[in-house]
Design a protein around this ligand. Structure first.
Ligand code: GLU
Length: 574
């Protein structure tokens, strides 16, 4: 009998999640996550260790000087989310990014320097996640990152590229591309430089970093050790708070007004997830201050009545429909989304099936609409739309542990290298330029205007998809400003309608848009559809989009991670 039972146990199907896995946009961060899983850490522990390691090895994209959103699905338990989004200092006003003429300054002028820095949220987010779901002590989460910062790591292709793009802005022996007061400087080289610390750290005498060279970050290692030993308050109070405030307020470019009190008051917030359905699947993600889940659900909802499965991924009609749904959803996003702690955001109305059906009714299968106006969802207050901009400087990572818990997080410092300011070896975000730089439009206040203590609207869209039985089967998130929402929506269509494995779903080209019309991603199968899309009335351009997503799918043999084929990311089994 005993042997029979043992045999039965051997033959019983292994639960699909029996083994954990991790995936991120940087191989060293993925290894950090695996190390934590192997040490008995939970999915949340592994995700936080990756967040901290990414501060060291992918400093151009994210880190403890920034913020993020974490989705956590416990096996058989609830889906919970933590908002670690940056906040505006209490001294911030809606006029923060206006020039002397009362008009918003260009984004390229607004992002570098102290005024764009929001109060970072990632360390408080990590502490809350560790308190709620951690199996390992707080201190353990920092060990891989400290080792990387002390022992050194090699520069990746994306890091070298980010440094190449930005060294001219940093100054110090080279001509700057964008002066602090705007415009383009063509004058004599600025000897000291506008951003001496980042230039010292991530350039070589004003020359960009090269792929493969080695970097150490002992200052950051020291701080990480202190936070590991003393807890999150070592980031938000005391010496680090002083150093952060000094970096912001004494910046050579646009000195800011953050105070130690702003840092001490920061709290990560637990928020209700935003969920809806797409065909037989349930799709859940982050609510305000992210526009992610709301806009993803609008896009998918408008597409639901079309037979995308039959049309297939090579059909220009399919991409025309996706392009139409995208532009209608983004029109609503720009009008209604903002920090719901400050403005009324009609999330329920925006994802209401009846409202979405009405919006979808505007879409013709044969012809482009041409103009894409916001609608009036149930519960909406009168509001104006915000002007748009694009940006890049984010990362997404996923951990699944042996219990089947899932932690999936998008983390950001907004632009590559954020505000270009450094405190204690970590980059400071420029998240406040995710606010609408214009406080009002057509005489009415904009939902996403700067206000003291408010969180800027985000596009970050960490998402989990569940099958009809309610089991999680797919998770995805991305970097790339507003393209994030579209990358996530496209990955879901490609995976569930077109049956592409997660990695191929990410690798499939993207359609986005600018003020002129559709933009098709260069180097993919999409540009071949340009003539057909033009024949449907679209204005079309082809461009590089600089995308970077990350996903994981549940297969018969367990969870499989999917880094973006465009990235240097990796996935590892526990
Ligand atoms: N800061 C952006 C957001 O939260 C993301 C920036 C990017 O990915 O480039 O929406």
């Amino acid at each position: 009998m005993k042997t029979m039972l043992a045999l039965a146990a051997l033959l019983a199907p292994v639960p699909a999640y029996a083994q954990g896995m991790v995936t991120s946009a940087d191989p060293r961060a993925t290894e950090a996550g695996r190390e934590i899983l192997r040490a008995g850490g939970s999915a949340a522990d592994a995700a936080m260790a990756m967040m901290i390691a990414l501060t060291v090895v992918e400093p151009q994209s994210s880190g403890i000087g920034g913020g993020g959103f974490l989705l956590h699905q416990s096996a058989g338990g609830p889906l919970e989310t933590i908002d670690g989004r940056e906040k505006a200092p209490m001294a911030a006003t809606p006029q923060r990014f206006l020039g002397p003429d009362g008009k918003p300054i260009p984004h390229v002028q607004a992002f570098p320097g102290g005024k764009s820095v929001g109060v970072p949220g990632n360390v408080r987010l990590a502490a809350l996640a560790n308190r709620k779901w951690g199996k390992l002590p707080w201190k353990a989460l920092f060990a891989p990152a400290i080792r990387l910062a002390e022992g050194g790591y090699t520069v990746t292709r994306p890091m070298a590229a980010a440094s190449t793009n930005l060294t001219p802005l940093w100054g110090g022996g080279r001509t700057a591309v964008a002066g602090p007061e705007g415009g383009t400087s063509t004058g004599t080289a600025d000897k000291v430089g506008r951003f001496p610390q980042v230039a010292a750290m991530y350039s070589r005498g004003g020359k960009p970093l090269t792929e493969g060279e080695r970097i150490t970050n002992p200052t950051l290692a020291k701080l990480l050790r202190k936070i590991a030993d003393e807890g999150p308050d070592a980031f938000y109070t005391g010496d680090n708070a002083k150093a952060l405030v000094a970096a912001v307020t004494t910046a050579k470019v646009a000195p800011g007004d953050m105070t130690e009190a702003d840092l001490a008051a920061y709290q990560a917030k637990e928020r209700a997830p935003v969920c809806g359905s797409y065909r037989s699947y349930k799709v859940c993600g982050m609510g305000p201050p992210s526009s992610g889940a709301t806009t993803v659900l609008q896009i998918l909802g408008m597409l639901e009545r079309f037979d995308l499965v039959k049309l297939g991924k090579d059909s220009p009609v399919a991409w025309h429909l996706i392009g139409e749904a995208m532009q209608l959803a983004y029109a609503d996003r720009d009008k209604y989304l903002g920090d719901a702690d400050f403005v009324d955001v009609p999330v329920a109305g925006l994802i209401d099936k009846g409202y979405i059906a009405k919006r979808s009714g505007l879409i013709s299968q044969a012809r482009a609409l041409g103009t894409y106006q916001p609608g009036t969802p149930p519960g909406a207050q009168p509001r104006t739309a915000a002007p748009q901009h694009n940006e890049h400087g984010t990362t997404h990572f996923v951990a699944v542990d042996a219990d089947g818990d899932i932690a999936t997080m998008t983390s950001t410092i907004e632009m590559p290298f954020g505000s270009q300011l450094i405190a204690n070896g970590y980059m400071l975000n420029n998240e406040l330029t995710d606010f609408s730089l214009a406080p009002e439009k057509d005489g009415a206040p904009v939902a996403n205007r700067v206000q003291p203590g408010k969180r800027p609207l985000s596009s970050m869209s960490p998402t989990i998809v569940y099958d009809a039985s309610g089991a999680p089967v797919f998770t995805v998130g991305a970097a790339g400003g507003k393209t994030i929402i579209m990358q996530v929506a496209k990955a879901i269509v490609a995976h569930f309608d077109w049956k592409l494995p997660a990695r191929d779903a990410l690798g499939l080209g993207l359609v986005f848009f600018n003020k002129d019309g559709l933009v098709l991603e260069q180097g993919t199968s999409l540009p071949a559809m340009q003539p057909a899309l033009e024949a449907m009335g679209h204005k079309v351009t082809v461009s590089k989009l600089g995308l970077k997503a990350n996903a994981a799918e549940k297969t018969a043999s367990g969870w499989v991670g999917a880094p973006d084929p465009r990235s240097v990311g990796t996935a590892l089994k526990q």
